[in-house]
Design a protein around this ligand. Sequence first.
Ligand code: FAD
Ligand code: DLZ
Ligand code: SF4
Length: 507
Amino acid sequence: MSTLRLILGDQLSDSISSLDGCDSSRDIILMCEVWNEATYVKHHKKKIAFLFSAMRHFAEELMRQNYKLEYTKIDDEENAGSFQGEIERILKKHDIKRLVVTYPGEYRVLQDMLQWQLAFGLPVEIRADDRFLCSLEDFEAWSKGRKQLRMEYFYREMRRKYDILMQQSEPVGGQWNYDTENRKPPKTRLKVPPPFMGQIDSITQEVMHAVAERFNNHFGDLEPFYFAVTREDALKVLNLFIKERLASFGDYQDAMIEGEPWMYHSHISFYLNCGLLLPLECARAAEAAYLSGKAPLNAVEGFIRQIIGWREYVRGIYWLKMPDYAQKNFFEVTRPLPEFFWTSKTQMNCLHQCISETIQHAYAHHIQRLMVLGNFALLAGIDPKYVNEWFLIVYADAYEWVELPNVSGMVLFADGGYLASKPYAAGGSYINKMSDYCKHCSYKVSKKNGPDACPFNYLYWDFLDRNREKLRSNHRISIMYKTFDRMNDEKKNAIRDDSLRFLNCIE
Ligand code: FAD
Ligand code: DLZ
Ligand code: SF4
């Protein structure tokens, strides 16, 4: 009698808790590429290829370490198409006494797992995912009694707990957060280093073939494919970032340049979220770069905050608030997603650039997601369920635990302010300041109204006007209402008319 240990596609870490205590001479490890996971939303082709290839490489590594492995490929004839179906097949083939899994990244998968014990008539042990730095119990304890959760306070606790960038009990440099230094607009001739370009080996080649055949109607470009698919290569991505990009990460964290999708970001979210990299090793690598004088504090602190702060914080909120969080719609909006989110065909150059890059790379950096794509969805009043589905589909780092709080909480304010203290709404001048997109746009960012005015300009005021009842008590927004109220009626009507015309048009 042996134990069956299921490893999911985003659990590709040697240290995954489902392997703890594994008897490699008897226990069976199951990994399976299943139709249900690849299609419950129609993931970007590159995301599926990346994950299947990373899974196959990880499986090879486990076999090299003499584990007994059952691996089902997407095109295996007997593939049952779901985790449950695949487990049933293994139970028929082997003498299994219990099933061990690690806590999944999505609520829907947890619900599935919770009924396996009954379905299979076996003990099922669901172990904590200790690759995260804050356990779900610790997050819940931290959140107790707080009406609003603020990332900054959570982050400080994580700095103390892991003794990162600390001098005894004080933050290195005397400040916890150097964000005010991290908002430099792009310079015209920045020399952004090239990103990591992984080689396509025979495993990736075979996966790409299967994806092209089976998922051809999914969003996005499959080729060129250059992601790392092994831990060894993912470590190279991390090291390249530390060496070539980290020093400028802070300065240009919010900057956007046409034709430069990768900027000075790390591009490690794909690998962190599927387990090829671990959060603490990334944070420690950045800390070491600061301590050896290779990168300035504003860059290093900013990067570490994203990983030990934001990443852990959104996961905590997800598990604390699910399943209700997925239904949140504070502004009660119902507009469908405009077609151009799938095609990139729009005259608005900022959206065109960010969507085209998403189609090509299954990647956009944070400010593109937040201040261009997300900001537009917020101002246009697009229903959170469509916006969430889009973000879950299009990015290779997207799993619901991280995607949903970012979209519903940070971008759409759909939770009414539980995660963010105010909506991140902005007009065209923000995008113009932080990018060069407006230079090549059909609309004029300097114009506030009329057919050739930048739509962000009037949509911004129309959004505030439409949602006055819901936002008036938010003191961080009240100054904007004072400005709106000082406008004359002609101006206010122009804002409403332009917005109505534009929004009718995108439908
Ligand atoms: P860097 O800018 O180099 O940051 C380093 C790391 O910090 C990232 O790899 C990531 O692990 C972490 N990080 C940074 N910001 C966040 C954040 N807000 N939440 C969680 N982790 C963070 N991130 C995802 O991993 N998956 C998603 O599906 C996802 N969806 C998003 C949707 C929206 C609307 C927004 C505004 C943000 C979203 N993010 C998501 C957060 C962030 O945009 C990405 O983590 C980041 O762009 C990944 O690129 P990078 O690795 O180059 O990040
Ligand atoms: C995202 C994804 C995809 C596309 N395919 C698979 C798969 O075939 N097999 C698998 O084990 N995992 C896959 N995943 C990742 C899962 O969706 C992920 O493990 C769950 O969403 C829980 O986080
Ligand atoms: Fe975007 Fe407006 Fe600038 Fe055009 S003018 S790129 S729509 S912000």
